[in-house]
Design a protein around this ligand. Structure first.
Ligand code: HEM
Length: 486
């Protein structure tokens, strides 16, 4: 293996390992074009199939993407099932359970994708594609979805309420909640337009009908005729908590501007909908959106793209099953990892890095647990012209930096080489320099072996350095060399 190959091999290794230290992922339109070219097509087919059976699922998928992105970013955490030891986001009441729907659409898309491109397409991306397809199929504008999201490994019901706005929020609270995720007030009004499709449980707005405040039981901002209809659909004290009402009764499965027209008519279903009329700026947006369906559709598409970028980083995995995090890799802890990194040579790490994906991820995840990661990845560079000066850098995963190691300068006319061991050496017909410590920072210069070998195997064996190849070999005790040549 040439030095060039070694360095190339290591450059690759560094990229793989340093992935987990980067914070921002670059999402890309057409991310799966070469790795799984049918990805978006298959998701769209599955969404189409599902919507042909139940068009209402479009609303479920759009909402699910929103609920995914607002908690821990768009990392598919909303898809994870609860376990005996963890209540997951999807089981948080009442925000997600029992109202979130469409999980089986994501599952079937994932099953098909795993069959053709195993371990490639993230669940978070599948959800982002499915939400886009739902918008498009129900009459909104289609849009390009930048992809490359990674799936998270954490899903906690306890994080839902603090991040998702409840239907009782007023305009200031909504503005703040969306600002926390990087949205303007205008974008908040635009995204709320998603309530033009779908349905709601009575419990999400019952307070407006029966227990508004101490002076009036019914919300005065609600159109009385609409309120009467809602009371019929959602009788007070009904034991049936599964009753559902459409949010935009005249076109519940069409992505249009019915939502804004309802608000203007005081028929916004939730406090959080009707409140948009109480503030001059948001009321102006509501009216403009109601009057300009084309503009709202394009603003909505742009806001969905922006929402899909929340909290996307390089950390995470490609889940095999969207409902479960991948089985935990075995981690190599503290001392053992340090020992491996210190004693496994540069050369040995190159093939090791190719052993398996799990080796790479074990090292990456283990490094995060090292209390004081030591510099461990070493690259020797050598000028390709005389006097072939060498410089050595080591990678410190803690600071994410390359550090130059000062070494005794080796004036020697020969290429830097290595055998399958810790030993690095330079050998010419007049001199032999070698180093075998873990950082290769100490070099010994001695006379060359008596028998000249073009490309020998050089190794530390016990206290000797052995230079061998073919039938002849040269051997001298190491302590003898150290004594005579230091
Ligand atoms: C502005 C703050 C928001 C609040 C307070 C809110 C609240 C709610 C509530 C309470 C429901 C009904 C749940 C139920 O009882 O069944 C609902 C449904 C829905 N929400 Fe929102 N939401 C908000 C923003 C959004 C956004 C930004 C989107 C998407 C971009 C969205 C998409 C939907 C959809 C599509 C449904 C219908 C779901 C279905 O039919 O299964 N919502 N929302």
């Amino acid at each position: 293996m040439s030095l060039k190959q070694v360095i190339c091999g290591f450059t690759t290794l560094v990229l793989i390992l340093s992935n987990s230290f980067m914070l921002e992922a670059q999402l890309q339109v057409g991310f799966y074009a070469s790795s799984c070219s049918l990805a978006e097509f298959i998701v769209k087919q599955e969404v189409r199939n599902a919507l042909s059976r139940d068009r209402g699922l479009a609303a479920g998928l759009v909402r699910m993407h929103f609920h995914d992105c607002f908690i821990r970013g768009c990392d598919g955490s909303v898809l994870i099932d609860s376990t005996p030891s963890n209540t997951a986001e999807k089981d948080s009441r009442p925000a997600n359970n029992p109202s979130l729907r469409g999980f089986e659409v994501i599952d079937s898309a994932k099953d098909r994708l795993e069959a053709i491109c195993k371990g490639v397409v993230s669940c978070a991306d599948i959800l982002a594609f499915a939400a886009r397809d739902s918008v498009e199929i129900t009459g909104g504008f289609g849009y390009d979805v930048p992809a490359g999201r990674r799936d998270g490994r954490i899903s906690l019901a306890s994080e839902v309420l603090a991040n998702l706005p409840p239907p009782t929020f007023n305009v200031n609270q909504l503005t703040q909640n969306f600002a926390n995720k990087g949205f303007t007030q205008d974008e908040m009004v635009t995204l709320s337009g998603a309530h033009t499709i779908g349905r709601s449980h009575c419990g999400s707005f019952n307070n407006r009908l029966y227990s508004f405040n101490s002076t009036t039981s019914q919300d005065p901002s609600l159109d009385p005729i609409y309120a009467a209809q809602l009371k019929q659909q959602c009788p007070q004290g009904s034991p049936n908590s599964n009753i559902l009402v459409p949010m935009d009764p005249s076109s519940p499965t069409t992505t249009d501007v019915g939502y804004y027209r309802n608000i203007i008519a005081n028929r916004g279903l939730f406090t959080s909908d009707q409140t948009l009329l109480t503030n001059t700026a948001t009321a102006t947006q509501v009216i403009q959106n109601a009057q300009n369906p084309f503009i709202w559709r394009s603003k909505f598409a742009a806001a969905m793209v922006k929402m899909g970028r929340i909290g996307t980083g390089n950390a995470g995995e490609i889940r095999e099953n969207c409902r479960m995090i991948n089985k935990e890799e075995v981690e190599i802890h503290g001392d053992i990892l340090e020992a491996i990194l210190l004693y496994v040579s540069l050369i040995d790490l190159v093939p090791a890095s190719n052993v398996s994906k799990s080796w790479c991820s074990i090292v990456a995840s283990s490094l995060r647990h090292l209390k004081k990661p030591k510099p461990w990845l070493i690259i020797h560079k050598q000028a390709n012209c005389s006097p072939y000066a060498t410089t050595t850098h080591t990678y410190d995963p803690c600071s994410n930096q390359w550090i130059k190691i000062s070494q005794p300068s080796i004036k020697f006319i020969s290429a830097l080489k290595s055998s399958q061991s810790n030993v690095l050496y330079m050998l010419s017909s007049s001199k032999f320099s070698f180093s075998f410590d873990s950082l290769n920072s100490t070099w010994f210069n001695v006379d060359p072996p008596l028998v000249w070998r073009m490309d020998p195997i050089v190794a530390c064996v016990g206290d000797s350095v052995v230079v061998a190849s073919g039938v002849c070999q040269f051997e001298e005790p190491l302590h003898h060399w150290l004594r005579n040549h230091q």
